[in-house]
Design a protein around this ligand. Structure first.
Ligand code: ADP
Length: 461
């Protein structure tokens, strides 16, 4: 099939979160499966310097330069170059984000006409779906996080160039504003999200982010497909970021990574103390508030463990995390910032990976932690629930620990179960081994998308 993806971030060219990893890996997996895949993304500042292989392709309409790169067979990445909109430090959070991503979506819709499937991701590319209304292509829209909706004042609607009839509550209008995410949801042939449980959660008031009714109106056209992991990027056997290689068959090297991590972050290099890890955007979503509460409680109670955290975001959460590390320098180490190498080393060096999200569409870090032998402790929501098997299911199957209530107490209890597991090395080794052998590669995701695409593909003109 001829597939075109539109994404506002693609690893390794740009990234703020899981969207970049997921779109890059899906496109690569589809290309490897023999499809002809094009990925369209903005040319942000510094991409051209970092990737000298970029070749000029020509002009897009509306006026933009387009650069192309063929990182592997069957895969072309097209970069939309419009310095006024994209030559900036931050990817998002600018006063003119509506203009920027209307522009991007228009470029994509012009580039998309000769493909069979156009697959747009998240609000930044949502308008691609209505912009292709009369074009005979199969239209797929994937929601990686419904909390980010691209909602702007009504006067921005005119810039889309769409007929006035699209500014209607059944289309893009949302409480008097224009919603790019809603445009994607209502105008796509098929709406997917990144885990089956999150697809069900979107139909509820608690998780539907105000769009419950819109999701319900799509019926069977809303489908959850769990993301995969790009194991060429996230692996423990051939990884320049790690101190030592290890695997399920030869797990010994994990200890060296733990030591190296303790040394790197200035924690005492203790062998028998369980080490917990977390890597997050510090937002309300990620459960940093209950994480802080649970850690304080355990530290106050004299429970012996170490914790390493990496993240950035909300300044108050940054301060609270740094403050915890300052008060407990031999137990807690926190790095504020964004550091891919350290993210790999935390996954490899920690015994447990803590992910207490309030909601989690798919979540990638718990999938990485499974492969890295860092037993995930997760709240049973979204993709976390779909990808981790709790200890209660028996040692033959268990890969991690789950809890349900969104509270510091419930997380504290789950961490208590983790520390009890640590005290039983044989059982810990079994659970860790189950996780390391679990396979979340993109093969299954790609196969599921092939099936879904076939349903909506338009007959050749
Ligand atoms: P989300 O997309 O909601 O942030 P995911 O778990 O799906 O959450 O994906 C997060 C991705 O971003 C992972 O690859 C993770 O390692 C990475 N990441 C998040 N914060 C940081 C950070 N501070 N430093 C390095 N990588 C980070």
């Amino acid at each position: 099939m001829n597939i075109l993806h539109a994404s506002s971030e693609v690893f390794p060219y740009s990234k703020t979160g899981g969207l970049a990893d997921a779109t890059a890996a899906l496109a690569r997996a589809q290309a490897a499966a023999g499809h002809t895949v094009t990925l369209v993304t903005p040319l942000y500042r510094s991409i051209r310097d970092a990737f000298p292989g970029l070749e000029p392709l020509g002009q897009a309409e509306p006026p933009a330069r387009v650069w192309r790169l063929e990182p592997e067979p069957n895969l072309t990445v097209l970069f939309v170059d419009q310095p006024e909109w994209f030559d900036r430090d931050r990817l998002y959070g600018h006063a003119d984000d509506a203009e920027r991503f209307i522009f991007f979506s228009k470029c994509v819709s012009r580039l998309a006409k000769r493909t069979e499937i156009v697959h747009a991701h998240d609000w930044q590319s949502g308008l691609v779906m209505p912009l292709l209304t009369d074009v005979p292509v199969g239209k797929v829209f994937t929601i990686h996080n419904a909390a980010y909706q691209g909602r702007f004042p009504a006067d921005k609607f005119e810039l889309t160039g769409l007929p006035e009839s699209f500014f209607d509550w059944r289309q893009l209008e949302f409480h008097g504003d224009v919603s790019f995410l809603k445009g994607g949801i209502v105008c796509a042939d098929l709406v997917t999200t990144v885990s089956p449980r999150y697809a069900r959660e979107l139909l509820t008031k608690e998780y539907g982010c105000g769009l419950k009714g819109v999701f319900q109106s799509r019926g069977d056209a809303l489908v959850g497909v769990l993301n995969g992991v790009d194991y060429t990027e996230w692996n423990t056997t051939d990884n320049p970021h790690l101190a030592a290689a290890y695997s399920g068959d030869s797990p010994g090297g994990k200890a060296a990574n733990k030591h190296a991590l303790q040394r790197e972050l200035g924690l005492p290099e203790l062998v028998d103390v369980p080490l917990l890890g977390n890597i997050s955007r510090f937002t309300d979503q990620k459960g940093i508030d209950i994480l802080l509460g649970a850690l304080e409680e355990l530290l106050g109670g004299g429970v012996v463990f170490q914790f390493v955290g990496l993240g950035s975001g909300d300044p108050l959460l940054e301060q609270a995390m740094s403050g915890l590390a300052k008060r407990h320098p031999d137990r807690v180490a926190v790095q504020i910032g964004y550091d891919t190498g350290l993210a790999h080393r935390i996954e490899a060096g920690s015994d447990f990976y803590v992910m207490p999200s309030r909601f989690e569409p798919c979540g990638l870090n718990q999938l990485y932690s499974l492969r890295y032998g860092s037993v995930p402790v997760v709240r049973a929501t979204g993709g976390l629930d779909d990808s981790v098997i709790d200890l209660g299911q028996g040692d033959a199957l268990a890969t991690g620990i789950k809890f349900t209530d969104y509270s510091a107490e419930a997380l504290g209890q789950a961490l208590g179960r983790a520390l009890a597991l640590y005290a039983r090395p044989k059982r810990l080794a079994k659970v860790r081994d189950n996780g390391m052998r679990a396979d979340f590669s993109w093969g299954q995701t790609t196969a599921e998308y092939e099936r879904l695409y076939a349903k909506i593909k338009k007959p050749a003109a």
